[in-house]
Design a protein around this ligand. Sequence first.
Ligand SMILES: Nc1ncnc2c1ncn2[C@@H]1O[C@H](COP(=O)(O)OP(=O)(O)O)[C@@H](O)[C@H]1O
Ligand SMILES: [Mg+2]
Length: 159
Amino acid sequence: MNSDPHSTELTLTSPEATCALAQRLAPLMRPGDVLLLSGGIGAGKTHFARSLIQALLEVPEDVPSPTFTLVQEYDTTAGPLWHADLYRLSNPLEAVELGLEDAFAEAICLIEWPDRLGDLTPSAGLCMDFVTVPDQDDTRQLRVTIPGGTRAALKGVFA
Ligand SMILES: Nc1ncnc2c1ncn2[C@@H]1O[C@H](COP(=O)(O)OP(=O)(O)O)[C@@H](O)[C@H]1O
Ligand SMILES: [Mg+2]
């Protein structure tokens, strides 16, 4: 099995395309999986996370952006899920206080602004970097970095 990290890039031409990607990933998610969602404000991180979470909720519910709460927890059909927006985190120690280290091991974690984690960034996290495209309001370039050791089913979504 090839255990080298792998990078790939895809073009998401609409919010619906981003939602469809999230819906393909959702049934593969397991506790311990971490998606590191980077990109500027308005890049589509929350749209992606919301689509993934909604695909895993037994009973539909609102999925607000965790901008102010920093973390929102969900009970999903795939297990506990944490959705975090760390934009306002001033120190990685605050992430420890929030309980994120345990969550990385025990929950499905969708992390916006993962750069705030510093050394706490889980090395097995799958990096998804959303980039806006000039003059194409509905298009996002998505750069994905898949760590070595990621299971084949997850890699397959980006093949
Ligand atoms: N291809 C796309 N993928 C994701 N969002 C898109 C796309 N095209 C347009 N958008 C819009 O961009 C906005 C992204 O907002 P949001 O997900 O809150 O960004 P972020 O969490 O990265 O700050 C939404 O209004 C969404 O409808
Ligand atoms: Mg957001």
